[in-house]
Design a protein around this ligand. Structure first.
Ligand code: ADP
Ligand code: MG
Length: 261
């Protein structure tokens, strides 16, 4: 779309950066409950390869639970999730971890390991790569997120924004087809938010398939190919940024936008 074309002309050294091979993601009739509480109700989404989908909605509407189901951190009660047509329900956990990356609000880095080691760990542990190969990839991904110079720092010596970049480099290192981002800027100091959002936009430009739960409506409007509005465990509206933000249909979305914009 127009917004993304405009961006690509302004992005720096676009040509020198590797392209990602984003996969498709299909969610169909997903149901999930915590005990008696139905948290996801018949959630269906179609996400094309190399696109950015932003999920917005009030707190408690099931956004995090949806991401957790896609990555099978929790088990759905019904329905299916498919990565490039292949159901995650039939996939071995290690394979799913390789194909779908996740980045959280609170980074979840190992405090006693350096940035480089944090990125290397999944490569040696999950992918089973030899150490030298893992180190080469980790350096490359830290360079991708602009943190090469901080490779040997521990998380405590990095800013929140830098820690989040390490977490993103760690997700990228697995060479996933899809990356899920759950409010990755919500814990950051305000002046660090923009840098991380610019990095996400850059990954989207380079073809990664991304599902981004966010409260940053400006980001969703500018970067998303598709915006999904969830409320009370349901997908209430799906559309382009312009249809969601400028022409909301449901009273629930209108009310939500009136509160956040
Ligand atoms: P969101 O990310 O949109 O804020 P969540 O997916 O975190 O929403 O939560 C959806 C609902 O599920 C909320 O009512 C929340 O209280 C409930 N919930 C989330 N995690 C758990 C859990 N581990 N156990 C029980 N209830 C949970
Ligand atoms: Mg959440």
């Amino acid at each position: 779309n127009g917004a993304r074309d405009r961006q690509s002309t302004t992005a720096r050294s676009e040509a020198s950066k590797p392209r990602f091979k984003g996969g498709s993601l299909g969610v169909s009739n997903l149901d999930m409950s915590y005990g008696d509480l139905d948290v996801l109700k018949q959630v269906t989404l179609a996400i094309k390869p190399g696109t950015v989908t932003c999920i917005i909605g009030p707190s408690g509407s099931g956004k995090s639970t949806l991401l957790r189901c896609i990555n099978r951190l929790v088990e759905p009660k019904g329905g299916d999730v498919r990565i490039d047509g292949e159901s995650i329900l039939a996939m071995k956990p290690e394979k799913l971890r390789r194909r779908v990356g996740m980045v959280f609000q609170h980074f979840n880095l190992f405090p006693d390991h350096t940035a480089l080691e944090n990125v290397m760990l999944a490569l040696t542990k999950i992918k089973g790569l030899p150490k030298a190969e893992a180190e080469r990839i980790a350096h490359a991904r830290l360079t991708d997120v602009g943190l090469e110079a901080r490779s040997h720092h521990r998380p405590s010596r990095l800013s929140g924004g830098q820690q989040q970049r390490v977490a993103i480099a760690r997700a990228l290192a697995m060479d996933p087809e899809v990356i899920l981002f759950d409010e990755v800027t919500s814990a950051l100091d305000p002046e660090l938010v923009k840098g991380v959002l610019n990095l996400l936009a850059d990954l989207g430009q380079r073809g990664m398939t991304m599902v981004v739960v966010t409260h940053e409506m400006g980001f969703a409007r500018k970067v998303a190919d598709q915006v999904v509005f969830m409320d009370e465990g349901r997908v209430v509206e799906v559309g382009t940024p312009s249809s969601i933000f400028d022409h909301p249909q449901s009273s629930r979305l209108k009310r939500f936008l009136a509160e956040v914009l």
